[in-house]
Design a protein around this ligand. Structure first.
Ligand code: GDP
Length: 693
């Protein structure tokens, strides 16, 4: 029997790398009975890290979906990647989630990447609950992390639990369990059963005062949400816990607050109440607004799909897992029904695709359960569609809709690859097409001048993993050249120029002349083209053609061949001759005007600059800082967190090659870092001079 919509929770676990996402997922699958063996990241045998590459690195890179049941509800966990080179993967997953658990480490608190992901979750209006993990670590602090969520993330955390103690034995105040502030009871877990058994009891004397204080804060927040409850609270009347749950649920879904829990997944404390909180406070697909998209025929306008099986079918492919035999597409069904054996429309290509098989995803491919039909609100694995890429909409061919596309950032790094033997060139091409299909932040193209195949992506690690996957998953040996950063160009100063086209051929004259201005435009990354010609200077369709030509010419490359950005072009004037000013003449004049303007306006070479965060113990702080100085890094912030220092810096990507090895060796493996594209900024003069030869 299909699961009713209100019983589904599509959630993601969002966390900074190493905060404990994989461990928590493992515990969830174990306690909910979806998996019978407790997995352990430290020995590399977890359920979500099915990719050997991930297990080896102990980080979750490619998102997969797993399903479990808790308290009569179905929870689909969409695994979001934790490495910052893969922000786009996180964004893609957020798009299909209804709610999220954000995990923080009580040791490290809120780290740079948590900020990025939190903002992304804000952007997609994803309701959240927080879990402050690693309360067993020495130096762990619930309060500090809680304050961080409020102050650094501008969140509205509301504690519904507090820890009893922190750290591990022999620390006399070691963590023994948590206090449930709604029931006002202590909860303790039995380590013998790997935390499967737990019990409620009276709050121990030494934790009473703190519990009362936090309960007060909770009740004040809840009372603000409801007048009746406010009155009952002020009169000291008993308050039904269910009433509190209902109010918290409403406010969580409305994005007004984030219920906050704590524990240690590794040492079996706090996971079951976290599952209760998912069921209680996070939305079902019915609690979410309907999705919107465009009809492929622009005249038909916006389309709305409610989360109901009675609507026409619409779903979004949020991940494609390549396989030697058939690709598995992970699809979020937003409306209608998807049937095995049916044909659906890919709204982007306009082609029909066959749905040969539908799979409910348990913890890994061996446990898949086949289905005939899935309904709105669910997440499913689909085998069959051929010409699809991540982000495509599948829909009812009679009622087509193109759901909003997912935004992906620009690539910042590229390198040349070649097959080990020339016989494998075709296989290389095919493999690159398949990899690009799975990962929209990865591009491959052939450089027409040199004939080299160039791949580009979001960072060194990203390309390194792509290379490993070619070898391991596709049996393709490749040679790679050194990675290079992807440069861009812009102009130095404003300049005006005229482009003219004049030709007499076979008795027919062609003529056009166009005047335009180019200027730097630091506020906008993309190319802006504006038409400020007096009305009537050119017929409307020719003016549009001129704008389009200017844009294309600018994107194809500036003076030294890198794509232009941060520049504004303004069309100022044109000369038009009836019968002679053809489409071709306008394009040629526009192109000539852009060339002349760029020649005069001077070149600024732009290079990608990254935002870097390094977390290091004190012994290695000096060495790490010294090394960063040599890399042209600008340290913008330095903060103490427990017994660690967190350095935040902006640094050119070109100076960061091989950084992972260097960080490890400078800190004997104890420092960690994360890096993400920040902006394009002017490269040093020497780099440009070297390019100009
Ligand atoms: P992920 O990168 O967020 O998926 O984090 P993992 O689950 O892989 O955990 C990272 C490391 O932290 C592993 O070595 C885990 O054993 C450890 N870890 C996870 N949760 C806890 C916890 O609650 N307490 C302690 N002490 N260590 C933890």
């Amino acid at each position: 029997m299909p699961t009713p919509l209100e019983s589904i929770r599509n959630i993601g676990i969002i966390a900074h790398i190493d905060a404990g996402k994989t461990t928590t997922t493992e515990r969830i699958l174990y306690y909910s009975g979806a998996q019978h063996r407790m997995g352990d990241v430290d020995t590399g045998d977890t359920a979500t890290d099915v990719d050997p590459e991930e297990a080896q690195r102990g980080i979750t890179i490619y998102s997969a979906a797993v399903t479990c049941r808790w308290a009569g509800k179905t929870i689909n966990i969409i695994d979001t990647p934790g490495h910052v080179d893969f922000t786009a993967e996180v964004e893609r997953s957020l798009r299909v989630l209804d709610g999220g658990i954000v995990i923080f480490s009580a040791m490290e608190g809120v780290e740079a990447q948590s900020e990025t992901v939190w903002r992304q979750a804000d952007r997609y209006n994803v309701p959240r609950i927080c879990f402050i993990n690693k309360m067993d670590r020495i130096g762990a602090s619930f309060e500090r992390t809680f304050d961080d969520v409020r102050d650094r993330l501008a969140g509205q955390p509301v504690a519904i639990q507090v820890p009893m103690g922190a750290g591990s034995p022999p620390n006399p105040d070691a963590l023994t369990g948590v206090i449930d502030l709604i029931e006002m009871k202590a909860i303790t877990w039995d380590a013998e059963s790997l935390g499967a058994k737990f019990e409620f009891s009276e709050i121990p004397e030494q934790h009473r005062a703190a519990a009362e204080e936090w309960r007060g804060k909770l009740m004040e927040t809840v009372a603000m949400l409801d007048d009746e409850l406010m009155a009952a609270y002020l009169e000291n009347q008993p308050i039904d816990p269910q009433r509190i749950h209902d109010l918290l649920r409403k406010a969580t879904i409305g994005g007004q607050l984030q219920p906050t829990l704590c524990g240690t997944s590794l040492n079996y404390i706090g996971v079951q109440p976290l599952l209760d909180a998912v069921v209680r406070y996070l939305p079902s697909p019915l609690d979410r607004p309907p999705v919107e998209g465009d009809h492929p025929n622009p005249k038909k306008g916006r389309q709305v799909r409610k989360p109901s099986p009675d609507e026409p079918f619409a779903g979004l492919i949020f991940k494609i897992q390549a396989d030697k035999h058939a690709d598995l597409c992970f699809v979020r069904v937003y409306s209608g029904k998807l049937k095995s054996g049916s044909r659906v429309l890919n709204a982007r290509t306009g082609k029909k695709e066959l749905v040969s098989q539908l799979w409910h995803i348990q913890s890994d491919r061996r446990d898949k359960i086949e289905a005939d039909e899935v309904l709105a609100g669910d997440i499913v694995g689909v085998i069959g569609p051929k010409e699809v890429v991540t982000g495509d909409t599948l829909c009812d061919p009679q009622q087509p809709v193109l759901l909003e596309n997912i935004r992906f950032p620009e690539t910042v790094i590229s390198m040349a690859v070649e097959p080990d033997s020339s016989a494998e060139r075709k296989k290389l091409e095919e493999t690159l097409v398949r990899l690009a299909k799975q990962d929209p932040t990865f591009h491959a193209k052939v450089n027409e001048e040199t004939g080299q195949t160039i791949i580009s992506g979001m960072g060194e690690l990203h390309l390194e993993i792509i290379k490993k996957r070619m070898e391991r998953d596709f049996g393709l040996k490749v040679k790679v050249h050194k990675p290079r950063v992807s440069y861009r160009e812009t102009v130095r100063h404003p300049e005006e120029a005229v482009g003219e086209f004049h030709r007499q051929a076979a008795g027919a004259a062609q003529f056009a002349r166009l005047r335009l201005r180019v200027e730097p435009n630091p506020v906008d990354e993309s190319i802006v083209v504006e038409n400020k010609m007096k009305p009537g200077t050119l017929p409307a369709d020719l003016a549009r053609l001129a704008e389009q030509e200017v844009r294309e010419r600018a994107q194809s490359g500036g003076r030294i061949g890198y794509p232009l950005m941060k520049a504004r072009f303004t069309l100022l004037d044109a000369d038009y001759r009836e019968g002679e000013t053809t489409d071709f003449a306008v394009q040629a004049a526009a192109s000539a005007a852009v060339n002349a303007a760029l020649d005069a306006a001077g070149i600024v070479l732009l290079e990608p600059v990254m935002r870097l965060e390094v977390v290091t113990p004190d012994e290695s702080l000096g060495a790490i800082q010294g090394d960063l100085n040599m890399r042209r890094a600008m340290i913008v912030n330095s903060q103490r967190r427990g017994d660690l220092t967190v350095l935040e810096a902006r640094v050119p990507l070109s100076a960061m090659f091989g950084y992972s090895t260097q960080v490890r060796s400078l800190s004997q493996g104890r420092a960690s870092y994360s890096m993400e594209p920040l902006e394009y900024a002017e490269a040093p003069r020497e780099v440009l001079d070297a390019m100009l030869g």
